[in-house]
Structure formats: structure tokens, C-alpha cells
Design a protein around this ligand. Sequence first.
Ligand SMILES: *Cc1c(COP(=O)(O)O)cnc(C)c1O
Length: 385
Amino acid sequence: MRHADRLNRIPPYLAFEIDRKKREAISAGIDVIDLGVGDPDQPTPDFVVEAMGRAIRDPRNHTYALGAGVREFRQAAVDSMARRFGVQLDPVKELVPLIGSKDAIAHLPLAFVNPGEHVLVPDPGYPAYASGTILAGGVPWPMVMSEETGWLPRLEDIPPAVADSARILYLNYPNNPTGAVATPAFFREAVAFARKHDILLVHDAAYIDTWFDEPAPSILQVPDARECAIELHSLSKSYNMTGWRIGFAVGNAEALRHLALVKSNVDSGPFKAIQWAGSEALSEADGKSTRAMNELYRRRRDLLVTGLTALGVRFNPPRGAFYIWARCPGGVDSLTFANRMLEQAAITVIPGVGFGAGGEGWFRMGLTVPERRLDEALERMRRVL
Ligand SMILES: *Cc1c(COP(=O)(O)O)cnc(C)c1O
């Protein structure tokens, strides 16, 4: 069967072989410690599940979520933005409910990018920015980042011709895979850059509630950000709700209108019962459940930080998100290292090159496994290294 050429342009999934070997090892009865997952191991908080139970029994929630959807979800989302970041938003004009942030990442290029136009994507970075661009006929332009700049892109290195032709600039802090958190000064610089070159700035804030030392900033805290920027919020990581598919986009009203137009022709918004459950999560004024999750990730982070340091593995201690981004010991390439970890230690990690060429030489470990298993993983690594 003939398929469209655009599918051939999606970068190959480089860790495919490692995934296959992992499944083989597991079915052969080997006790594999999977540090490759980017999915919380804890369940969705009870109060959210209970809200879902109530909402799903209400027939008013069984219909299309057309128009504004569930008003209470919009209100809970803008209230949480005001409470957490001091950002005031109009719940109708400056917010679009999302079926997870990937919804926006896939649909924004359809609204903003003509065939052949550039989208600036972080490298290393979450692969959906580039593949969403490619599916819309656009061309990803990797902003290669490094340890030296704290995994922030050097915007001044983007050739002016590329900057002028680019339609979207993606940022993601706290960052997957590096654990970096952006400074307010960098966000100000990014807003000025986007305004100068007339680019839609999209900040993927999927991990904004997951931080260790100080709260992660919102790009909408930059005074004129809403002239050029939108921010994607997701309940996936914050409330252990990856499978539920719920989030929201906030910021520039015109950009959100264009996104909503695409979405109205593709999906009909998140299931209303899930919007009710989401509004319950976002209304948890004291942030109790996100605080408890951060404590759990902090203990796991500290355990790995101590253990990896003792092993002589070099890494960037994460300031947010739930990953450790580390240098492959011995200077080997990341696929070789990940293979070696699986074959010799029965541990899966994500090779950095899976996040783009800029991730070569690094690997990602997830903090989404219990401390007991992390201890065991460190012991196995000690034997191999
Ligand atoms: C997990 C993740 C998301 C979340 O996607 P959803 O569609 O909201 O589940 C978005 N961006 C990054 C960088 C992620 O790692």
C-alpha cells in the first residue's frame, strides 16, 4: 500500500532495537529495571478519580464538548495560573482545553506553518516538536544546546534568514530530557526574539509543577509575552494522569483562535467528564498532591545523585522534571552505552541521540521507579562500570 512521503521524513526511532531486546529479556524472565520510562509510576490522586466517578454518571457530560466546553475547567485553569504564577487570563479568549499537550504540538504547525517553512526545535528535545512539524510539511531547524549554556538555546546563533522565515519557536522548561529550568532572563530574551522575528513562541510547560529547589517560572510572567507566546500545560505529569489526556493552552488569543479552528475540524475537545476531573485537580489550592510527588522524586533524585557520583558518572543534577541526564562513561556513543547497560546490567536507559544529534554522548534515566529499584540499579551499574 502506498503511504504519504511525509511518513518517511519522520526521524527513525533509534532506540527501537533496545526496546526489542528489552521485551525479549523480559519474556525470557530477566528482571529488567526500566529507567527508560517517562510516565509517572504513582496512580492518579484519589480525589481526582472520585471526581471522575461522579462526572461520568452525569448524562450532561456524555455529549460533545463543543464551544467553550466545561466552563468550570476553564475557570479552574485560569485560577491556577493566577495562584501559581500571578498571571491573569481571560478563561474564554486566552485558553483552549487540550487532549494533552501533544494535541497542541501536533496541531499548531497545521495552523502556523506553510510547506517548507521552518520551525525552531530544541535539540536535544522531545521528538514530537519535529515530527509534528514534518507532518504539517514544515522543516524542523534544530537549536543545538549544550551543557555549557545550561541546556538553553543560544538564540543569537540562529542565522537571521532562518529566524525571519521561522513560524514557531518551541521551548520546554523544566526540560525533558536535561532537567534544566529556564531563568526569567532567558524567557525575556526569547520573548524579545520572537517579537523581533514575528514568530509564535510556544512554551511546553508539561513539567512546570515538577521542580526541586525553586518553583519553575511561566513564560507568561514576562510582561509582553502574550503578544507572541502561548504556553502548554498538561495534567499528565503534574497529577499522574498521562492516560487521561487533559491539558490546556494559554496565552495569545489570536494564536489560540487558530489552534481552536484546527481542533474543531479534527477532534471535539476533551471528554467533558475528564474536564470535570481536571478542574478538581487544578482546584487543589494548597498543591498538596504535586508537593507530595515532588518530595518523592526529590528522594529518588538524591539517591541517584549520590550513587552516580560515587560511580564517577558525570551528570547535570536536575532542577526540574523527573529525569537524570548523564554523560556516557568512557566517551562511548549513547546507543552503544544503552545497549551495554541492557545486555550487561539488565537496565534500560534512553540513549541521548534519541532526542536529537545534540543529545549524543548522553543518556537519560527516569526517576519514576521506587528507591529500592534505584538502589539495585546502582549496584548493577557498579558491577559493570
Ligand atoms: C510527557 C511530555 C508531554 C506531555 O504530553 P501530554 O500530551 O500532555 O501527555 C509534553 N511535553 C514533554 C516534553 C513531555 O515530556
